[in-house]
Write a protein that binds this ligand. Structure first.
Ligand code: ATP
Ligand code: MG
Length: 590
């Protein structure tokens, strides 16, 4: 089953995905569904074993929870709807009795229910449980192989505490455990502040492997004091170019619909314009809420911040946010709107008669928009804008929040002499202080020291095992193939017999293989009847960290030891090789 491919598979866009397919590590079975072939399974088992070792060291107990989840638990936590409707990612089904079930994308519901049933007293706390298993998520855009798949291996842990301080202690320890896990896997990973979703307040950190192909945008200060996922990042926006106050007027702006069209026709800077986004929010309570979001013309909306703000304000989750289009108006039975000329004060009466939408807009302004005293904005008539307008003229400032996307070049909040720089990363882990959201919803309680009932404090901690394996390839490869870190490589050494016709080479190759195996070194013997060049190419492609080439020097009992990453080559005897490789493996064991 060790089949390597010569050609770059057409549908694989990033290096790690191409190399894992070409190296015979994975095979695609369906969109976002992959088979882990024997080489891959060895890598995954090595990662798993490092994770287990560190989690055990941290005092966490391993368990294995079911993947079929009854809908009731998810209804109790309030997540059934958002996970199964709209852009929800839970695969769900009905059993032969017609009962709803979901395939586990994450396990807060199941573990919290069990904890509530089994933990009665503060004396049983704190406790952390973890498992390593396949998760299912019907991702909207599965891509990049194991990076974003619909079936993937995750380590997820959940901790239970009597109070918040204790939760924070475990959270901090888990941070250290995670750093050690990634280091032991030979990965360069770092922690960033992350969005904690609609729960609000609770701390959350993601662990990122830097890679230009990464899906996450990370903003960091160069002093190293601040690093956050763009979803969460805060910053101080650049100063606007102020307009000289003049008498407000309405001006003709034919065909000036975008910020850049308006700027070039009117000689403006984007920061002198208020742009509005017209959105429709589909809410968990079934309502469809139209929104007007006012932003400074040079800023962009951070949808995660808006989603969190809406959830908090309305007390219900957001299933979907989308831009209002002319087609939407049509299907609501509404007349056309003057898109491109709409201002923050666009009247609620424009919603009159809509089929399913709420009949008034919810209006928000980003802080930078609210701070402008004089600006241009849409006049709510096609081809017209208001010049030198102000908020009083528009009936007041809407609810003001931080809704903008922080971006590179922005000044940092902690030190305004520092600016944010951006890089891309792959999220390999996520730790999160859940607080009491799930224990309250699922009524999971314990009796405290005073005999009173309380809900647990909880934390959760994930690592994408299969994503981590591919991230390691993304971080460690060259034009010839993979260069696995030795701790997670499928094999530590590959022995290539250059000429299978030469009995001395075959004999020496087999001997060194046996010797390596006998001291516990994970070795692979390539004794295929292929040309040496083909074997070298394959060895480079699959990325085994050390290669022993049994060739011409075999007659003297010597062979070449080649380092895959540095290509350094030394001629050695069996004894020397055993010593060298044992010490390398030993030194790399953190
Ligand atoms: P993302 O933001 O990438 O969608 P997430 O925040 O939904 O991930 P978590 O619920 O925190 O992910 O899951 C824990 C870990 O599982 C992530 O840090 C990531 O490494 C991994 N993971 C999540 N979704 C996938 C997926 N579709 N394929 C592979 N690994 C995944
Ligand atoms: Mg995440």
């Amino acid at each position: 089953m060790l089949v390597t491919l010569r050609d770059v598979p057409a549908d694989a866009e990033i290096a790690s995905h191409q190399l894992l397919l070409r190296g015979g590590y994975i095979r695609r079975v369906a969109s976002g569904v992959y088979a882990y072939m024997p080489l891959m399974w060895k890598v995954l088992k090595k990662i798993t074993s490092i994770v287990e070792q560190e989690m055990d060291k941290a005092g966490s107990l391993q368990t294995l929870l079911p993947q079929l989840h009854p809908a009731e638990m998810w209804k109790k936590s309030g997540r059934w709807q958002s996970y199964t409707q709209g852009e929800g990612i839970m695969f769900h089904l009905k059993d032969r009795q017609g009962r709803d079930l979901g395939l586990g994308p994450t396990h807060e519901e199941v573990i919290t229910t069990l904890a509530g049933e089994l933990i009665h007293s503060y004396k049983q706390l704190p406790i952390t449980l973890y498992q390593i298993q396949t998760k299912f998520r019907d991702e909207i855009r599965p891509r990049f192989g194991l990076m974003r798949s619909r079936e993937f291996i995750m380590k997820d842990a959940y901790s239970f505490h009597t109070n918040e301080e204790d939760l924070k202690r475990t959270y901090k320890n888990m941070n250290a455990t995670y750093n050690q896990i990634f280091k032991s896997c030979g990965l360069k990973a770092f922690a960033v502040d992350a969005d904690s979703g609609a729960i609000g307040g609770a701390a959350s950190q993601e662990f990122m492997v830097s890679a230009s192909s990464g899906e996450d945008l990370i903003l960091s200060s160069s002093d190293g004091k601040y690093s956050a996922n763009q979803e969460k990042a805060v910053s101080k926006a650049s100063e606007p170019v102020l307009l000289k106050n003049k008498k407000p007027t309405t001006i003709d702006t034919p065909n000036q619909k975008s910020i850049s069209e308006l700027c070039s026709a009117q000689g403006l800077k984007p920061s002198q314009i208020i742009k509005v986004l017209l959105l429709i929010a589909i809410l968990e309570n079934g309502q469809e809420q139209p929104l007007i979001i006012s932003l400074r013309g040079d800023q962009d909306l951070n949808e995660v911040k808006l989603t969190n703000a809406l959830t908090q304000k309305l007390g219900t989750g957001v299933l979907k946010l989308s831009q209002i289009s002319p087609e939407n108006l049509n299907s609501q039975g509404l007349a056309a709107w003057p898109f491109g000329s709409i201002g923050p004060d666009f009247q609620d009466s424009m919603l009159k008669g809509s089929k399913s939408w709420a009949k008034s807009f919810l209006r928000f302004a980003d802080q930078t928009a609210a701070e402008l005293n004089c600006f241009f904005c849409g006049a709510n008539l096609l081809g017209k804008h208001k010049a030198f307008a102000n908020w009083a003229l528009l009936g007041g400032v809407p609810t003001t929040l931080d809704l903008r996307k922080a971006k590179s070049g922005d000044r940092c909040i902690h030190d305004q002499n520092e600016t944010l720089e951006e890089k891309r990363g792959i999220e390999v882990g996520h730790i999160f202080q859940l607080g009491r959201k799930y224990s309250e919803a699922l009524k999971a309680r314990f009796t405290n020291e005073n005999g009173a009932e309380e809900s647990f404090w909880m934390g959760c901690y994930g690592i994408g095992i299969s994503r981590l394996a591919q991230a390691a390839v993304e971080q460690n490869h060259d034009e010839a193939g993979i260069c696995w870190p030795i701790s997670i490589a499928p094999y530590q050494v590959i022995i290539v017999i250059a000429n299978m016709q030469d009995p001395r080479q075959v004999e020496l190759g087999e001997e060194v293989y046996k010797n390596l195996k006998s001291v516990g070194i994970d070795a692979l013997l390539d004794d295929r009847a292929e040309r040496a060049g083909v074997k070298f190419k394959d060895a480079d492609l699959i990325g085994v960290p050390w290669r022993i080439v049994v060739g011409r020097d075999a007659s003297n009992g010597k062979f070449e030891l080649v380092n895959r990453a540095s290509k350094e080559t030394q001629v050695m005897s069996t004894e020397e090789v055993l010593k060298k490789i044992s010490s390398e493996i030993f030194e790399n064991r953190c």
